[in-house]
Write a protein that binds this ligand. Structure first.
Ligand code: ADP
Ligand code: ZN
Length: 617
């Protein structure tokens, strides 16, 4: 996770630069304004003389040979217009004195002063703000750096956030599921709690644990829970925090971080996104990889150097997180460094239920909510997604002024998360609605009729959300790691059921089925290329990267096989739906009426024996 350093933004010299620039801009505008409006109208000497003769000038000020004053004219409407003027009097102007006397002009003399124009003021302002800027910058640097004389600026200080034991509220109990990960980390906790126990026997313990998994599945949470369990300080930093444009800065930060951690030992350093610093060296990834390599080398040195120096090994454990373990430099994974690797997978059914329960604790929930069913409805959700689901549901409930969260709120939140925002504004023609109803009814009916081959039904809806016109929801009975051929064919047929129903009922083809086809094709090609489930290609895995690759001829055969699987499935679906046309019509018409149908309503309507029904509302 990337965090912005807010404190730096507020006080940093960056802001000062902005303020100064804006200030200068305003000054310049002001200067122009003054020059345009306030400065005098320039008159030629003869114009000036004429105006004196017309008695339009009653007083003036003379500075050297420059004359300034006010001209008072009458506009055609009889209004008096007063204008400041200035003019320069030629040295030998004769008319000067007598003319002014004749027309009773009041003359004032003034000493010529240094020409202190607006541009000079501006220059001074610029100089001043530059000095201020430099001064602030130095003050900042010194202030943040304390008395540490080694560093010129604060950038060599680690950006790690320190959590003291008293601040850490999470323990292993806060982490739902993740059983294996917790078991692995219990050792680490024990070591941090009783380092002597291990040191006594000279046991060499892991110093580094690598948590590998997709974002949002609780890597940060787990690492913090280790600190919570062991009751020790927790330094949290992101790999990208080490990276700066200046060479040597990252290494400096690593050194500083480890020094702090040692001082606070036993302690934990958590490095999120370690791949930002830990990529394979010499891979030349992007510019400035010199800096990154230096940083990485420093990290390796620090991890090796835990035991040296004081003679007493410092109990500092480094936990790093990544979802790209494959790009890490091998040196990082050597014994004594990150030699323990813990996978943090997406939560399975049981874990999802637990995670939902953990997060539901903070929210007022309807007591009849069945968390097992909720978990079934959320395959592929990460821990963070599940936390978000509960939160969104609570927001929905608050919006509706309810005093607790009901299942419908969760359902609404889930649909929104899965399919994008519910679109209330977009309207559909009756024709479109009808086609969608038959399309979804087709998907649903195929699944119901194929019974054994497909996941049980959850609900069907033709309420449009996001880009999907309608949706048929099914609940996998278990998290699938493998599928049988029957199941795969069942999935293809169900995906094609939408289009087949359209063809049967309306006898024309619409474009709404493209994602269905994409899904069906994907499954078919997996059958052919990876699982040896085709008729002619035999038991070979055809991957372009595989040991054999494949020829163009084979590619043609693969295409052919995929097409024939698809066609065969489609033909079967057409027959299946034609044989059950009455059910198709019943279902579609009911959908048009109610928009959303739940599994048990459908079983009842079609008189199909219910199979594990999961009514959500
Ligand atoms: P990662 O570091 O893997 O990206 P986080 O630890 O930051 O994931 O998880 C984000 C949030 O998701 C956590 O703060 C927590 O609310 C929720 N979460 C993730 N996994 C779990 C879990 N196993 N149990 C409870 N909450 C979880
Ligand atoms: Zn469809």
């Amino acid at each position: 996770m990337k965090k912005m350093n807010i404190k730096n933004l507020k006080n940093g010299p960056g802001n000062l630069v902005v303020i100064t620039l804006v200030g200068l801009g305003v000054l310049m505008l002001l200067a122009q304004f003054i020059e345009n409006t306030h400065f005098n109208k320039k008159l030629s000497y003869s114009e000036f003389v004429k105006k004196v003769e017309l008695d339009q000038i009653s007083s003036l000020t003379v500075t050297g040979n420059e004359v300034q004053g006010i001209v008072t004219e009458k506009s055609p409407t009889g209004k008096e217009i007063r204008t400041h003027f200035a003019t320069v009097v030629p040295h030998n102007a004769k008319l000067w004195n007598s003319l002014l006397k004749d027309h009773k002009v009041d003359v004032t003399g003034a000493y010529p002063s240094a020409d202190f124009g607006i541009w000079n003021i501006l220059l001074l302002a610029m100089l001043g703000s530059t000095i201020m800027l430099v001064w602030f910058f130095f003050k900042q640097a010194r202030g943040a750096n304390g008395s540490n004389g080694n560093n010129i600026f604060s950038i060599s200080k680690s950006k790690a956030k320190l959590f003291n034991p008293a601040q850490i509220k999470v323990t292993f109990d806060s982490v739902a599921g993740a059983k294996e990960a917790k078991e692995e980390l219990y050792d680490v906790v024990d070591y941090l709690k009783n380092p002597e126990k291990y040191k006594r026997l000279g046991a060499k313990l892991t110093r580094g644990v690598l948590l590998v998994g997709e974002p949002g599945n609780g890597k940060t949470l787990l690492a913090k829970a280790v600190a919570g369990e062991a009751n020790c300080p927790f330094f949290s930093v992101s790999g990208s925090d080490f990276i700066e444009v200046f060479v040597g800065v990252g290494a400096g930060r690593v050194r500083d971080l480890f020094a702090q951690a040692r001082k606070n030992a036993p302690s934990i350093i958590f490095i999120d996104e370690i791949d930002a610093v830990g990529r394979q060296r010499g891979s030349g990834q992007g510019g400035g990889h010199d800096e990154r390599e230096q940083t990485l080398n420093q990290l390796l040195t620090e991890m090796d150097g835990f035991d040296t120096g004081t003679g007493i090994p410092a109990s500092v454990i480094v936990i790093a997180a990544t979802n790209r373990a494959d790009v890490l430099d091998k040196a990082l994974l050597r014994p004594g460094r990150f030699d323990r690797r813990v996978e943090i997978p997406f939560p399975d059914l049981v874990s999802r239920e637990e995670i939902l329960r953990v997060h539901a604790q903070d929210v007022k929930m309807d007591t009849t909510i069945n968390f097992n069913h909720l978990a079934r409805c959320t395959p592929g959700f990460s821990g963070a997604d599940l936390a978000n689901l509960i939160n969104e549901a609570a927001i929905n409930a608050s919006k509706h002024n309810q005093d607790k969260v009901y299942l419908k709120d969760i359902d609404e939140a889930r649909d929104k998360m899965m399919l994008g925002k519910e679109m209330k504004t977009r309207t559909f023609t009756d024709e479109e609605r009808k086609i969608t109803a038959y399309h979804e009814a087709g998907h649903t009916l195929v699944r119901l009729l194929l019974h054994e081959e497909c996941d049980p039904l959850h609900k069907v809806t033709i309420v449009p959300r996001g880009r999907a016109l309608g949706v048929t929801h099914f609940l996998p009975e278990r998290d699938k790691h493998s599928m049988s051929k029957v199941e795969m064919v069942g999935d293809i047929m169900a995906a094609l059921g939408g289009r087949a129903a359209e063809e049967l009922v309306f006898n024309k083809l619409a474009t709404g089925a493209s994602s269905d086809f994409a899904r069906a094709t994907e499954i078919a090609q997996q059958m052919v290329r990876f699982y040896g489930m085709s008729k002619t290609l035999g038991l070979v895995a055809y991957t372009p990267q595989g040991p054999y690759g494949y020829s163009e001829e084979t590619a043609r055969l693969i295409d052919h096989e995929i097409r024939s699987i698809m066609q065969e499935c489609y033909d079967k679906v057409l027959v299946l739906l034609a044989d059950n046309k009455d059910k198709l019509y019943k279902l579609a018409e009911m959908l048009l009426e109610k928009e959303t149908l739940y599994a048990d309503e459908i079983y009842e309507l079609l008189d199909i024996p219910a199979r594990a029904s999961f009514r959500l509302q």
